[in-house]
Ligand binder design. Structure first.
Ligand code: SAH
Length: 362
C-alpha cells in the first residue's frame, strides 16, 4: 500500500451557526470581530467566494481558501411559470441535485426548500421518495437554496417553507442549525413566524421540536383520518399511528402556544368522501387547527389521481359546517407543475439514459 499524506477535509463555513463560527475563527488565532464580519459576508451579503470579503486580511483570505469552503450550488435547470413561480434544480458540490421553488405572494417572496437528497419516508403519492434517501443536506446547503434564489432574482425572500424534497425532522440537527442561521440578526433575519415546517409525522421528533418552543408553523401531512387509509398512503403511519400522532400534535400546541396546520392532499376515491370528511372533523375537532386541502399531483408510477375541484370544495364546506377551519390551497406554478421531486427524477433518468447511450456508442 502506498502511504497517503493525511488530508483533512475542508470545513464548510456555511454550515456553522454564529457561535460555532466564532469558535472556529478563534481557533485560527483571529479576533472575535472577524467571525462577526465573516458571518455577515456569508449569510447577509451572500458571497460565494472568500476573495469577496474585502475587509479581511489577505493572509486570512488565503488561509480560508485553502482550508474552508462556502456552500454555493449551481443552477442546473430553471422553470418559470406565468404566475411568477420559479422552480430550480440545484446541483450541490458533490453532484447531487435538489429542488427549490420560489413562490411570489402579495405578502412577499416565499421559498420552498429541500432538506434531504431524496427521502426515506416512502409516501406512495410522492415523487421525492421513489428512489429513497441519498443523504441529508447540511445547514449551509439548505440556507444556500434561499441565497441562490435571492441572488438569482435580486429580490428579498421573506418567507420559508420546509416542504421540498426530504423529511425535515429526519434531518433534525441540521434543520435546527439552518433555522438558527436563517433567523439570526447577523444573517437574513427571517422571523420564525414566517417559517413553516412540514412533517409526515415523526412523533418523537415532534416532541423534541416542541421543547425548542420555536414560533414557526408546524404542518402535519395528515392526508387521512384513520389508520387503515393513512397506512395505505404513508408507511410512516405504521410506526406512528394516529393515536400517537394526534396527541403529539396536541402536546406541541400546548408547549408552543402555536396552532398546527394539517395538509390534506385529496385523492379521488381514496380520501375524499363525505364520510371521510366527517371522520376527519371528528379526529381533529377542538384543536383549532387549520386544514389545507390540495388536489394530489399525480406522479408517474402512482395509482392515485386528483379529486376534482367541485368535490374538493364540497369536502371543505362539510368540514367548515362541522367546525373545522379549511381552505383549498391555491395552486401556484400549475403550468410547470411537476410535483415536487419530479424535476430531480426527470433529470436523473435523463442522465441515466444519456449514460446508457454513451455506453452503447463506445
Ligand atoms: N416530508 C415532509 C415535507 C415534504 S412534502 C412532509 O411529509 O410533510 C410537502 C407536502 O407535499 C407534504 O404534505 C406531502 O405529503 C405533500 N405531497 C407530496 N407529494 C405530493 C403530491 N404528489 N401531491 C400532493 N401533495 C404531495
Amino acid at each position: 500500500m502506498t502511504p497517503t499524506t493525511q488530508q483533512t477535509r475542508p470545513v464548510c463555513l456555511s454550515d456553522l451557526t454564529q457561535d460555532r463560527l466564532a469558535e472556529y475563527i478563534a481557533s485560527l488565532g483571529q479576533p472575535a470581530f472577524r467571525a462577526k464580519q465573516i458571518y455577515k459576508w456569508l449569510h447577509q451579503k451572500l458571497v460565494t467566494d472568500f476573495s469577496a470579503m474585502t475587509d479581511q486580511p489577505k493572509a486570512l483570505i488565503e488561509q480560508l481558501q485553502q482550508t474552508c469552503t462556502i456552500a454555493s450550488p449551481s443552477i442546473r435547470r430553471k422553470q418559470c411559470s406565468k404566475d411568477g413561480t420559479v422552480k430550480y434544480l440545484l446541483q450541490l458540490a458533490d453532484g447531487n441535485c435538489i429542488e427549490t421553488v420560489l413562490m411570489r405572494y402579495h405578502y412577499g417572496n416565499s421559498v420552498c426548500v429541500s432538506t434531504q437528497v431524496g427521502c426515506a419516508m416512502g409516501c406512495r403519492f410522492c415523487a421525492s421518495t421513489q428512489a429513497g434517501r441519498v443523504r441529508d443536506l447540511t445547514a449551509g446547503e439548505i440556507a444556500s437554496e434561499i441565497y441562490t434564489v435571492q441572488r438569482d432574482t435580486g429580490e428579498r425572500v421573506s418567507h420559508i417553507v420546509l416542504m421540498g424534497i426530504g423529511e425535515p425532522l429526519h434531518n433534525f440537527n441540521n434543520v435546527m442549525d439552518f433555522l438558527e442561521i436563517i433567523s439570526s440578526p447577523g444573517g437574513l433575519n427571517i422571523g420564525m413566524r414566517n417559517i413553516s415546517l412540514s412533517t409526515c409525522g415523526l412523533v418523537p421528533k415532534i416532541d423534541e421540536l416542541a421543547k425548542r418552543k420555536l414560533q414557526l408553523t408546524l404542518s402535519i401531512s395528515l392526508h387521512a383520518p384513520n389508520n387503515k387509509m393513512r397506512s395505505s398512503m404513508m408507511p410512516v403511519n405504521d410506526a406512528y399511528p394516529l393515536e400517537q400522532l394526534i396527541p403529539a400534535c396536541r402536546r406541541y400546541q400546548q408547549a408552543t402556544g402555536r396552532r398546527i396546520s394539517f395538509e390534506y392532499s385529496m385523492v379521488r376515491g381514496v380520501n375524499d368522501s363525505p364520510e371521510t370528511a366527517r371522520e376527519l372533523a371528528h379526529l381533529i375537532r377542538g384543536m383549532g387547527a387549520h386544514v389545507n386541502l390540495i388536489p394530489i399531483n399525480p406522479v408517474d408510477g402512482s395509482p392515485y389521481s386528483a379529486t376534482d375541484d367541485r368535490n374538493i370544495r364540497r369536502f371543505r364546506d362539510l368540514l367548515e359546517q362541522l367546525g373545522v377551519n379549511a381552505t383549498v390551497r391555491r395552486r401556484l406554478g400549475a403550468d410547470i407543475s411537476a410535483a415536487c421531486g419530479q424535476l430531480r427524477r426527470e433529470d436523473a433518468s435523463q442522465a441515466a439514459k444519456s449514460a446508457m447511450e454513451r455506453n452503447q456508442t463506445t
